[in-house]
Design a protein around this ligand. Structure first.
Ligand SMILES: NC(=O)c1ccc[n+]([C@@H]2O[C@H](COP(=O)([O-])OP(=O)(O)OC[C@H]3O[C@@H](n4cnc5c(N)ncnc54)[C@H](OP(=O)(O)O)[C@@H]3O)[C@@H](O)[C@H]2O)c1
Length: 234
């Protein structure tokens, strides 16, 4: 299906705004969904995109926003303890056009097939951060896990992009990806946020990524450069 119109769910966040720019650069018509109080963050795009204000887990908002879109880019944010992330994912899965490409963002901590290998530090930090955040009721990482469980069980044309740690800065190009965390290529664990967004938008037209959960890393990071040198020397 040729991509002409895309919906960006969570368009006002940092990742969302980069995705809006990449989508406009490709000539796509863009529908952005964001919370009412965040509409002003999209001021610079206001003449070039349509904005539908509302909570991203509001099923009526999503039904309206994804109508007629060949692609939906969703920022899965584990905010609050009211199933925000899983509610958002479910609404997108339920209302997106059949045949539409659905791309979701999350982090390396999401595991699709149990074959990721995590360092002890990564697991410990995740457990502590997850526990503290849930205790103070502002983030529920388990709800993002539940969102992805539902996506993985769906027969829609999804891709779940698993981001490494992120940094700001100019684009370095399309990140590399691996099927599993623990692959030495990913060791640097760093991606520019603008390039995370680039990977999300490029995934719309990459059928090889359908039903994959690519773990990504910046293409100029030391672990990737080392991998490239190894390939050249063999
Ligand atoms: N941050 C990292 O280091 C990191 C690492 C790996 C992967 N990721 C993934 O990258 C994606 C983007 O994350 P990000 O950290 O870079 O942040 P981000 O792009 O700024 O996105 C945060 C999103 O959460 C929304 N949000 C903020 N507060 C909220 C609230 N109280 N209730 C409901 N929604 C709220 C924001 O909407 P508003 O504009 O309305 O506030 C925005 O859409 C996520 O899927 C995340 O899992 C992040």
């Amino acid at each position: 299906m040729e991509i002409k119109k895309v919906c960006i769910v969570g368009a006002s966040g940092k990742l969302g705004q980069y995705m809006v720019q990449h989508a406009l650069d490709r000539g796509y018509e863009v529908i952005g969904v964001c919370r009412e109080q965040s509409v002003e963050k999209l001021e610079k795009f206001k003449d070039r995109i349509s904005i539908i204000p509302g909570a991203t887990n509001d099923r009526e908002v999503i039904e309206r926003a994804v109508a007629g879109c060949e692609g939906v880019l969703t920022v899965l944010a584990p905010w609050g303890v009211n199933n925000y992330s899983s509610g958002t994912a479910q609404a997108v899965l339920d209302y997106a056009e059949s045949g539409a490409r659905l791309i979701f963002s999350c982090g390396w901590h999401i595991a699709k097939d149990g074959r990721d290998v995590y360092s002890t530090t990564f697991t410990t930090v995740l457990t502590i951060v997850g526990w503290v955040a849930k205790f103070f009721r502002f983030v529920d990482i388990n709800d993002q896990v539940e969102a992805c469980r539902r996506i993985f069980a769906s027969d829609k044309l999804w891709t779940v992009v698993r981001g490494s740690d992120l940094e700001e800065g100019e684009s370095q190009g399309l990140p590399l990806w691996c099927k599993h965390v623990g692959d030495p290529i990913l060791k640097s664990n760093l991606t520019r946020r603008v390039d995370f967004a680039l990977f999300m938008v490029e995934a719309l037209v990459n059928d090889k990524l359908i039903h994959e959960a690519p773990a990504i890393v910046g293409c100029q990071t030391p672990s990737v450069l080392q991998f490239k040198r190894l390939i050249q020397s063999t």
